[in-house]
Write a protein that binds this ligand. Structure first.
Ligand SMILES: CC(C)=CCNc1ncnc2c1ncn2[C@@H]1O[C@H](COP(=O)(O)O)[C@@H](O)[C@H]1O
Length: 270
């Protein structure tokens, strides 16, 4: 394929994707960009979500045909996820920063949380990445519990952490997020950034709207999470944006022991 031709610079993730994305990628130039020295891959989520000008005659079919057929790929990702996770009995999903360094206090916090959840009889689910995810999987692994990693395709090189005993790779964020909720009875959030906040607030929305019932959401670390909860109280409740009872959806704790106790007390268990 000559340079300048449709899809010439595309960085597909497999052969299927190469065929599938050949035309649509032209609209974004599909040049390889570099982030922190790593080649940035064009992810499936990006090709789904990026704006395409439907008035461009060469792209006229993009939304109509490619997005419609994309549903089959999305469907297959749901099928693979359901299939791989259907045997998971009792599980807790733990979220937290991808940037926590091994050996740090926050890493050790994750290990402790994972280990205690494992010892309490839960499988532990994380995003399968580095940092707090790795720490939590490590704790669960060392406790002999099922240690699950739901990995996500990212623009840069990404490896599942070595403490995962059941790994699934997802291309679509929203498919993966369905699995976190569907296969766990509680969420535990360790300190984290935008990814963790996204996962936390999605869970809060699902519980608030009663899409999910009796689903404890436990935040570990009062110093870290306290100011956010205070803001929710002083601004969201005070301004009438949420009800005072909505704050009861969150359990704020300091230690891994309290976190696991809160899960055991509040989650649906047989
Ligand atoms: C070093 C680095 C940025 C690696 C990214 N690798 C990742 N692998 C898997 N899940 C992730 C990754 N980054 C973010 N997430 C998701 O978002 C959350 C962490 O994002 P953050 O660091 O809080 O905002 C995790 O709970 C996880 O579900």
């Amino acid at each position: 394929m000559a340079d300048g031709e449709p899809g010439a610079n595309a960085q597909p993730t497999d052969d299927d994707e190469a065929t599938f994305e050949a035309v649509p990628l032209r609209h974004i130039g599909a040049t390889q960009v570099r982030v922190s020295g790593d080649a940035e891959r064009i992810t499936t989520d990006r090709t789904l979500l990026e704006w395409v000008d439907p008035r461009d005659p060469q792209l006229a079919d993009h939304r109509r045909i490619h997005d419609s057929w994309r549903v089959l790929r999305i469907q297959s990702e749901f099928v693979a996820g359901f299939d791989a996770l259907s045997g998971v009995a009792e599980a807790v999903t733990v979220f937290g920063s991808a940037r926590v360094e091994p050996g740090s206090d926050e890493y050790n916090l994750g290990v402790d949380v994972g280990r205690r959840l494992g010892e309490a009889g839960f499988a532990v689910i994380t995003g399968g990445g580095p940092g707090a995810m790795e720490a939590t999987n490590k704790g669960a692994f060392e406790a002999g519990a099922q240690s699950i990693g739901l990995n996500i395709e990212l623009p840069f090189e990404q490896h599942i952490n070595p403490y995962v005993t059941l790994a699934i790779n997802f291309r679509y964020f929203f498919v993966r997020k369905t699995m976190f909720v569907k296969y766990s009875q509680a969420f535990v959030c360790l300190p984290g950034g935008i990814g963790t906040l996204d996962e936390l607030f999605e869970a809060l929305t699902l519980v608030q709207t009663r899409k999910v019932l009796r689903f404890p959401i436990v935040l570990v670390g009062r110093d870290f999470w306290g100011p956010l909860v205070d803001w929710m109280k002083n601004t969201l409740v005070a301004d009438g944006k949420i009800s005072p009872e909505d704050l009861d959806l969150i359990t704020l704790v300091d230690t891994p022991e309290e976190a696991v106790q809160a899960v055991c007390d509040k989650a649906i268990r047989p």
